[in-house]
Design a protein around this ligand. Structure first.
Ligand SMILES: [Mg+2]
Length: 224
């Protein structure tokens, strides 16, 4: 089937992970216990499929798990999540260098008539603005609006719906095989990895070494 749209993960995909960890080191140290509890929260949410299949507000479930892991009330957990984990982290993305050639490559895809999306397991907030990527994407979807965490089908289904495109005509690109590539493939999308050449990919998975490579490869397929 012809390719009509391309979706991207944000963290570790538009920029190298280590860069934000390095920049936010003082923040990570100050909020160490909360960040650790949040990391366990996310792990539990992914592990506990029956909870992930529940039909309440997924953001509330995140708060519930975080309260349990952090040993605090639901109100405190919600405040920690919103103020520190969601909002507090965001400032460290301001002025951060993303991977080379991202904007130019995305513009080339757009010029070729492809729709573009971002889909993230975190709120998108002002990240795209800080990355100089505002105005590029047709669909911007982050947690909790995405409904569930990747690799569950709901976020990918929601992205396809926003793009008004059949999942089979969408390629989703990320930095994680398990969440991004396999998640996309599970609903019939194509998935691909992007990242430094040293990072290996299984033989059945497309891997782009950088954004120029990605755009060139996609354009050779869609521009005939
Ligand atoms: Mg990622």
């Amino acid at each position: 089937m012809a390719l009509k749209a391309v979706g991207f993960d944000i963290d570790g995909t538009l920029y190298p992970d280590f860069r934000v960890r390095w920049r936010s080191l003082p923040f990570l140290l100050t909020h160490f216990r909360t960040i650790l509890a949040f990391s366990r929260t996310r792990h539990l949410m992914r592990e506990n499929h029956s909870d992930m299949a529940f039909d309440g507000d997924i953001g509330d479930l995140e708060v519930k798990y975080l309260a349990g892991e952090r040993g605090c009330s639901l109100e405190e957990a919600r405040d920690l999540r919103d103020r520190i984990l969601y909002k507090g982290w965001e400032v460290y993305f301001r002025g951060m260098k993303i991977y080379p050639d991202v904007r130019e490559s995305l513009e080339k895809l757009k010029d070729a008539g492809l729709k573009l999306a971002v889909l993230s397991d975190f709120p998108v907030g002002r990240k795209l603005e800080y990355f100089g990527l505002d105005g590029i994407f047709d669909v911007i979807l982050g947690f909790p609006d995405s409904g569930r965490l990747k690799p569950r089908p709901e976020p990918f289904v929601a992205m396809a719906k926003g793009l008004e495109t059949d999942p089979k005509e969408i390629l989703y690109i990320g930095n994680r095989l398990d969440y991004d590539v396999r998640g996309a493939e599970n609903i019939g999308m194509r998935g691909a990895l992007i990242g430094p050449p040293g990072r290996k990919a299984p033989s059945d998975v497309t891997k782009f070494s950088d954004y120029r490579h990605m755009a060139g490869s996609i354009l050779s397929e869609v521009v005939k």
